[in-house]
Design a protein around this ligand. Structure first.
Ligand SMILES: [Zn+2]
Length: 339
C-alpha cells in the first residue's frame, strides 16, 4: 500500500461514518483470498481471515455494491453514484470459490474476479509465494542466485530482511530473468519438501477453469489479471506485454466468455509502464485497474483506473471510502506521466 492508503486508513479510524455520508464518490475495492484461518502470515500475505472479511462486508452495508457491468454508467455519471462501490478479487485463488463466494452471496454483493490465466488449472504457483517459501523455509545456507548477490539465510532476522529487499528487487526484473531466479530458488528444496510446503499452504492454490466457469454461472464477472502473475513494468518486452494482455483475454474468452476488464498484477506506479496500458488498450479491453488508491474515475485514462486494496482489518471501511478522492491528484499526475 502506498503512503496515501496508509494515511487514509489511519485518519479514517477517527471519523464517524455519518459525518461523511454526503462526501462520497464511487470507488473500486479489491481483496485477494479468504481463509478460515492462516498459519504463517509471512507466506500467506494475500488472504483475509473469515471474521475480518465479514467485518469489512458489514462495514459496506450502507453502500451500493454494483456489478462491474455498471462501470460505464458510473464513470459517465459519478455524481449519481456517490455511494456506489465495486468489489473485486485478484489472482484467482481457489478459496474465492470455496470460502469467499458464499459469504459475498450471503451479503448479496456482486463482485469481479480477475484471474492470471497461466495459473488457472495448471498448478503453477504465484511466483511471489515461491519466493517467500525460499526466504522463510529454504535450508540455512548461502545462496548464489542468478541476477542476485550472494544471499545468506540463517536466522529469522536474516530471512525477514532478505525477503523484504530481495522480493522488491525480484519484482523489477524482466520476466525472463525473474524466471531464472525462481528456478534456482525452487532448486534449493528437495522436490518432496517443496511439494509438502505447497500442499501445506493450500490458500495459495488457484482455481481450475471449471471452477472459474462455476463462479461465472453464479454471476461473478471474470476479468483478466495478466497471463503469468508478474508486473508489466518498463523492463518487460513488448511481446511479453502483449501475451499478458492479449493472451489472457483470448484464454478467458475461449474458456468462459467475453472479457472487457483488466487489472494489472501488483498494479502500482513502478509495476505499470506506458507500454503496459497501451498493450491493454490494444488487446481490446475497455478498462484497466491499477492499485493506486483513489475514487472513480480518478483521471482521464480508463486504462489506469484507481482501486483501493482492502487490508486484513479494514472493518472501518465506511469511514475510509470518503477519503479516497484525496488520492486522485497522484493518480492524475501518474496518468499524465504515462502519456
Ligand atoms: Zn495479483
Amino acid at each position: 500500500m502506498g503512503l496515501f492508503g496508509r494515511m487514509a486508513r489511519g485518519l479514517s479510524r477517527w471519523v464517524p461514518p455519518a459525518a461523511l455520508a454526503h462526501a462520497g464518490r464511487p470507488a473500486a475495492l479489491f481483496f485477494h483470498g479468504v481463509e478460515a484461518a492462516t498459519d504463517d502470515e509471512r507466506v500467506q500475505t494475500n488472504h483475509h481471515e473469515i471474521t475480518g472479511f465479514r467485518a469489512i462486508l458489514r462495514g459496506l452495508k450502507d453502500f451500493d455494491v454494483l456489478p462491474l457491468t455498471a462501470l460505464d454508467d458510473v464513470l459517465a455519471h459519478p455524481q449519481r453514484h456517490r455511494r456506489s462501490l465495486f468489489l473485486m478479487s485478484d489472482d484467482g485463488y481457489r478459496n474465492t470459490l470455496t470460502v469467499a463466494a458464499d459469504i459475498l452471496d450471503e451479503f448479496r454483493m456482486p463482485w469481479t474476479l480477475f484471474i492470471s490465466t497461466a495459473h488457472i488449472g495448471t498448478g503453477k504457483p504465484n511466483p511471489i509465494f515461491l519466493a517467500r517459501l525460499f526466504f522463510f523455509y529454504a535450508p540455512s545456507a548461502s545462496y548464489s542466485l542468478p541476477h542476485f548477490p550472494v544471499i545468506r539465510l540463517d536466522s529469522a532476522e536474516s530471512r525477514a530482511k532478505s525477503a523484504l529487499s530481495s522480493i522488491e528487487k525480484l519484482r523489477f526484473l524482466p520476466a525472463e530473468q525473474a524466471e531464472e531466479t525462481l528456478t534456482a530458488m525452487k532448486a534449493a528444496f528437495a522436490p518432496e519438501v517443496l511439494n509438502d510446503l505447497v500442499e501445506r499452504f493450500a490458500s495459495e492454490k488457484f482455481l481450475t477453469w471449471d471452477e472459474v466457469r462455476r463462479l461465472a454461472a453464479r454471476g461473478v464477472t471474470i476479468g483478466a489479471h495478466g497471463d503469468s502473475h508478474w508486473p508489466m513494468h518498463d523492463r518487460q518486452s513488448s511481446s511479453w506485454l502483449a501475451q499478458q494482455a492479449m493472451g489472457a483475454k483470448a484464454h478467458i474468452e475461449a474458456e468462459v466468455g467475453p472479457c472487457r476488464f483488466f487489472a494489472y498484477p501488483f498494479g502500482n506506479t513502478r509495476d505499470v509502464g506506458p507500454a503496459a496500458w497501451k498493450a491493454v488498450r490494444d488487446a481490446g479491453f475497455h478498462y484497466g485497474f491499477t492499485t493506486l488508491a483513489g475514487s472513480l474515475p480518478g483521471g482521464r485514462n480508463p486504462f489506469l483506473l484507481p482501486r483501493y486494496g482492502l487490508g486484513p482489518r479494514d472493518s472501518h471501511i465506511a469511514s475510509l471510502v470518503p477519503f479516497l478522492p484525496a488520492g486522485n491528484r497522484r493518480v492524475r499526475a501518474w496518468q499524465a506521466a504515462l502519456g
